[in-house]
Design a protein around this ligand. Structure first.
Ligand SMILES: C[S@@+](CC[C@H](N)C(=O)[O-])C[C@H]1O[C@@H](n2cnc3c(N)ncnc32)[C@H](O)[C@@H]1O
Length: 219
């Protein structure tokens, strides 16, 4: 008996494979980031750190977090995804994998042009460019006047901007919106989470031993 696999399933299987290959290549590159990160941090001895100090490092979420995000998107049928902090696009590739199943799309934004350009190349390599809109610039500008509903907001950029960005996009939230906050254990993120937790409409669920927190709207 011949099993005929429909063409659209074959295409999505090929793209899933390309996504996995691109992600694992990027994690391989990341293995050598330790030294670069130490050099970047050293700049902070003389002046406050800036995003450009990390222009050569991915600073990405872990593979486990990526898989968790894919599950979150698929299980909750999330379609309109907004990401703050693209870097080289590792997390964005996981988000793209999720929206392939839900028919959604991803808007991601990155301040450092060279990082965004590298991410754009990675999205081409993975065959998911059509699912992702990359906005280059300061997220407070690139996401200003955002008019679509937000199903999932991934906060993974400069921590002091979590609160103003959250407040800027809050009008686009709805009862099923999820906000995934990375680096929840950092001091500046804790300040942000404290402010959010004071609003009774939100509930906060820690993940990965507090490295991340998912904010949802109380039903
Ligand atoms: C932790 S990295 C993002 C990692 C990425 N989400 C991943 O997991 O692969 C944070 C990124 O946010 C970017 N960033 C910092 N400030 C920003 C701003 N104001 N607007 C947009 N992006 C910003 C940094 O340049 C950096 O690449």
């Amino acid at each position: 008996m011949h099993l005929v696999v429909p063409i659209y399933i074959q295409v999505s299987m090929i793209i899933e494979e390309q996504i996995q290959e691109t992600i694992s290549h990027l994690y391989d590159e990341k293995k050598y980031d330790h030294l670069k990160i130490i050099k970047s941090l050293a700049k902070g001895v003389f002046r406050p750190m800036q995003p450009v100090d990390f222009k050569d490092v991915a600073l990405s979420i872990s593979k486990e977090q990526g898989k968790d995000l894919v599950q979150l998107i698929e299980q909750n049928k999330l379609r309109n995804i907004v990401e703050f902090g693209t870097s080289f696009g590792i997390s964005t590739l996981f988000l793209a994998q999720g929206v392939m199943a839900t028919g959604g799309h991803v808007i991601t934004t990155e301040l450092i042009e060279s990082k965004a350009l590298k991410a754009i190349k990675n999205f081409k390599d993975a065959g998911v460019s059509e699912l992702i809109e990359v906005r280059i610039g300061d997220a407070l500008e690139t996401l200003k006047n955002h008019s679509e509903p937000v199903d999932l907001l991934l906060l993974d950029g400069w921590k002091s901007l979590y609160l103003p960005l959250f407040q800027m996009l809050e009008n686009n939230f709805h009862e099923n919106t999820m906000v995934y906050v990375d680096n929840a254990d950092m001091v500046e993120t804790q300040v942000f989470l404290n402010v959010v937790s004071q609003n009774a409409i939100y509930q906060l669920q820690p993940k990965f031993e507090g490295k991340a927190v998912v904010i949802t709207i109380k039903k």
